[in-house]
Design a binder for this molecule. Structure first.
Ligand code: XMP
Length: 508
């Protein structure tokens, strides 16, 4: 195991994922986890992440002295580098200006273990204000940025290494080589995080925990619940009973196509068409959080009714992933609730079922790869994330059958063209939003007065931050023409060119 101590960087999870991509298991703990907790994992190495604070300010994250003195190799990244410098007797100062974005880094000397194999000069991703003025005793500068600031330092024994830039970010050339040097040359890790082995272990573990019991599972049509179900059915066969609720807020043909996939995977699934219940509960509801709440409540009721018709179930299977576990563990550390995402689809502890969460140690990309290994079709695995409240939060204003139908058709055209363009997989999400904003148009000499469809396309690593995607004009043109021609109820197509932040990915 390599432990990543989180000082609040948006890249912390990315660091942990990169380590796992190199087949070394990594775990994230908050920076103030006790030394006992950290050391009890017997980590081969500890990475200290970036963070938004300045380490010379009061109340900023600090490392427990026992971790510093443990003899375990430490790698500080960005804030983590400043923290190591500060706590080990170097000096950190506020720089006259921030360095942000791509920057050139030049190696100093040739004897760095961490940077071995890198060219003498390379491009790296920087994002910092403070800088290290003086490196701690016993360490030396191994690289500088173009402004002359310390970009990397390391100790003679290899126990201390530090980088001002972000090796985990794709914009840093050779970033994976640096992480690999840390894991294999500095820490002496072995490649032991192999997903096919993980499957065997997980199947055993499910069998052991569940015994002869029956497990129920709510399938959402998404990758996580599907992979959790396929894995569990591999362990206990048809003692896994699945329920798929059609809430009437799904995309075009979605209910039919996910049911086909489930049946090809030999899952025992009951489909419940509850669309009328959801849509009537949503009548007159326009406020986004209220929509989520109503949908969550109806879902729980429907699921409860269906589940109670399965006699003797003792377990509830959930597709919880590692990021959800980390986020709930970190709750109360200053993160504000922007949207109440994560309780939709989650269930309160009714019926006193025991919870089975076989994917709780995994990142999304690992779940996708495990799904492939388990035979879940590629087309299903690569689908973009889709929110639990579905089209309700993409149909701004009133949610009714007619408007949902308009949105479905417009979105379907966008998906078709996107797949045909070959760009689908390069995007995190791409979808239509329907606005209750009517404008005047003209079609075949006839005046129209109809609503507006928005194209929302984003690139992202994890949905936490996102950039709007620069879709080619000819693709946008085809989508716009087709939507206006083929979808009654829309006469104007616009494109959202806002990042996250300041916007969110969804419009509600
Ligand atoms: P935002 O809109 O907050 O979305 O930038 C980030 C990611 O979360 C998805 N999302 C949701 N998922 N229930 C969900 O299960 C929700 O209520 C919900 N709202 C947003 C969104 O699609 C994006 O991937």
């Amino acid at each position: 195991t390599v432990v990543v101590l989180d000082c609040g960087s948006q890249y912390t999870q990315l660091i942990a994922r990169r380590i796992r991509e190199l087949e070394v298991y990594s775990q994230i703990l908050p920076w103030d986890a006790s030394a006992e907790e950290v050391l009890s994992l017997s980590p081969k190495g500890i990475v200290i992440s970036g963070g938004p604070m300045s380490c010379v300010e009061e109340g900023s994250p600090k490392l427990d002295e026992r971790i510093l003195k443990s003899g375990i190799p430490l790698l500080g990244i960005c804030y983590g580098m400043q923290l190591l410098a500060h706590q080990l007797g170097g000096q950190v100062v506020k720089a006259p200006s921030a360095e942000y974005g791509r920057s050139r880094v030049d190696l100093e000397g040739q004897d760095s273990t961490l940077l071995s194999g890198l060219p003498g000069s390379f491009t790296a991703w920087m994002s910092h204000w403070d800088q290290v003025e003086q490196v701690p005793p016993g360490t030396r500068v191994t690289a500088r940025s173009e402004s002359g600031a310390v970009a990397a330092f390391e100790g003679a024994s290899g126990r201390i290494s530090a980088l001002q830039f972000h090796p985990e970010v794709a914009h840093t050339q050779g970033g994976m080589d640096i992480i690999s040097n840390f894991l294999f040359k500095v820490c002496g890790c072995r490649r032991s995080w192999i997903l096919s082995d993980w499957i065997d272990g997980a199947v055993e573990e499910i069998r052991r925990r569940v015994g002869d019991d029956t497990v129920i599972c709510g399938l959402s049509g998404g990758v996580d619940s599907t992979v959790a179900a396929v894995l569990t059915s591999r362990a206990i066969g048809d003692r896994l009973k699945c329920i798929f609720v059609d809430n009437g807020l799904l995309r075009k043909d979605e209910a039919r196509s996910v049911m086909e996939t489930y049946s090809s995977l030999n899952l025992d699934v009951k489909m419940v068409d509850a669309s009328h219940r959801f849509l009537s509960a949503l009548e007159g509801v326009e406020e986004p959080e209220r929509k989520r709440k109503v949908i969550g409540e109806v879902f729980v009721r429907v699921f409860e009714e269906e589940a109670s018709s399965i006699p003797g179930a003792q377990w509830l299977l959930q597709g919880t992933l590692y990021p959800d576990v980390i986020e709930s563990g970190h709750q109360g550390k200053g993160a504000s609730v922007i949207k109440s995402h994560h309780n939709v689809g989650g269930l309160p502890d009714f019926m006193r079922l025991k919870v089975l969460e076989p994917l709780r140690d995994l990142f999304k990309d690992e779940v996708r790869r495990i799904g492939s290994l388990l035979g879940v079709p590629q087309g299903f695995i690569r689908r973009h994330p889709f929110p639990g409240p579905g089209l309700a939060v993409r149909c701004l204003g009133e949610v009714n059958r007619e408007r949902l139908q308009v949105l479905r058709e417009a979105d379907h055209i966008l998906q078709e063209e996107l797949l045909a363009s070959g760009l689908y997989d390069s995007l995190w999400q791409c979808f239509c939003v329907l606005l209750p904003v009517r404008s005047v148009g003209v079609m075949g000499d006839v005046r129209t007065y109809a609503e507006t469809a928005v194209i929302r396309a984003v690139e992202s690593q994890d949905g936490m931050t996102a950039d709007w995607a620069r879709l080619p004009y000819d693709l946008l043109d085809r989508v716009s023409r087709r939507i206006c021609n083929e979808v009654r109820g829309v006469n104007r197509v616009v494109m959202d060119v806002t990042g996250k932040p300041p916007a969110t990915i969804e419009w509600e």
